[in-house]
Design a protein around this ligand. Structure first.
Ligand SMILES: *Cc1c(COP(=O)(O)O)cnc(C)c1O
Length: 382
């Protein structure tokens, strides 16, 4: 089956009610037939549901679908994207280990390193995502994984996944990719040799700004290593959110097609504006990562970042002049959203770290929505 079909036809088995669309399994626990059934389930001799912190049919439908769409063997759904990242690190890293992380990652991801991994004796180094020589200089015998985002938030750097996976294979380390900006429709890191693909499902997978969620997709053997953390620490996805996310996946392909075509038009228009000094969009030929983006992505996605000649002041004016576009911290919504990373999502990291991640004070991030393209451009008073 093709992507669009899998996104629609991967479904939990129908109940005796013959429902066409999967209902929500809003239950915290399940009943056992008898003492022996209960014993066998707890002993893992039988497959079945015990408690919704462990498994739930609504959550399982979402997980099965995500694994199919990413080309992975299995998936674990989590309460948020950050829970997916934290569960991966907590399960796969031990005291004494070391990890390499791209400097261009989501703001809260930095905080996991500095505030938690460090106190548990796990070392880390940030690397320039575009300089493999630097990765090679910093890799150590204790290095366990390389963590990247491509396209990155908010700078939209494009990292060559084939190159990164060759590097990781050579050094026998795991490649973990945050695939949030691209979605499995535009990019499948596992197909390019990554070991783990991570999502904030809060963004394009929901796509309508309603629920939070996350997902970890990998081989069955790696997922098995993360499952005990999920069961015991409990950052599980709620059945309601899983149901919303599984329904949303049915329309992911058509939504992404429009996000991409709208964003491409806005990016070209921005490039023509005199007051704009730089535009970053993966599929603009002027973009440094254009050739690689073309190799590993189906289209450029819905995110654009740009720089105004007037710097911070001009950015504030643009934000305050808008009538329709939302000023919000989310992205990947039907509604176009504008943000200023230096004073919002990346405000808790130092100015130095921001500069190293390519986030200047005048950088504006635009999540291009599904409104009519004319209305989006009309609202950008540049
Ligand atoms: C939003 C985001 C996250 C975190 O996801 P939450 O669902 O907000 O916890 C991680 N990575 C990227 C690239 C994001 O945009």
């Amino acid at each position: 089956m093709k992507f669009e079909t899998k996104a629609i036809r991967t479904q939990t088995e129908r109940s005796q009610h013959n429902e066409h669309s999967t209902p929500i399994f809003a239950t915290s626990s399940y009943v056992f037939d008898d003492a022996e059934h209960m014993r066998a389930l707890f002993a893992n001799e039988l497959e079945g549901n015990i408690y919704s912190r462990f498994t739930n049919p609504s959550v399982r439908e979402f997980e099965t679908k995500m694994a199919a769409l990413e080309g992975g063997e299995d998936c674990i759904a989590t309460a948020t994207g950050m829970a997916a990242i934290f569960a991966t690190f907590a399960s796969l890293l031990s005291s004494g280990d070391h990890l390499l992380m791209s400097r261009a990652v989501f703001g809260s991801t930095f905080k996991i390193n500095s505030d938690y991994l460090a106190k548990w004796g796990i070392a880390y180094d940030y690397v320039d995502p575009l300089d493999v020589n630097q990765w090679a200089a910093l890799v150590r015998p204790e290095t366990k994984l390389l963590y990247l985002e491509t396209p990155s938030n908010p700078g939209l750097d494009i990292i060559d996944l084939d190159l990164a996976s060759d590097f990781c294979k050579t050094h026998n380390i795991l490649l973990v990719v945050d695939n949030c900006f691209a979605t499995p429709y535009l990019q499948q890191p596992l197909i390019h040799g990554a070991d783990i693909s991570i999502h904030s499902a809060t963004k394009y997978i929901d796509g309508q700004g309603r629920v939070m969620g996350g997902a970890i997709i990998s081989s069955s053997s790696i997922i098995e290593k993360i499952q005990p953390f999920m069961k015991n620490a409990g950052p599980s996805l709620s059945p309601f959110n899983a149901w919303v996310l599984s329904k949303s996946l049915e329309t992911l392909a058509v939504r992404m097609d429009r996000h991409c075509s709208n964003a491409m038009e806005v990016a070209k228009w921005l490039e023509d504006q005199k007051s704009v000094s730089a535009v970053k969009y993966p599929f603009l030929p002027s973009n440094g990562g254009y050739q690689i983006a073309k190799q590993q992505m189906k289209a450029g996605g819905g995110m654009i970042s740009f720089e105004l000649k007037g710097g911070l002041e001009a950015g504030r004016r643009l934000i305050d002049d808008r009538k329709m576009i939302s000023l919000s911290a989310n992205l990947g919504d039907t509604r176009t959203i504008i943000t200023h990373p230096a004073s919002s999502t990346h405000s808790k990291i130092s100015a130095q770290e921001r500069a190293a991640a390519g986030i200047s004070d005048g950088l504006i991030r635009l999540s291009v929505g599904l409104e009519h393209i004319d209305d989006i451009i009309n609202d950008l008073n540049i």
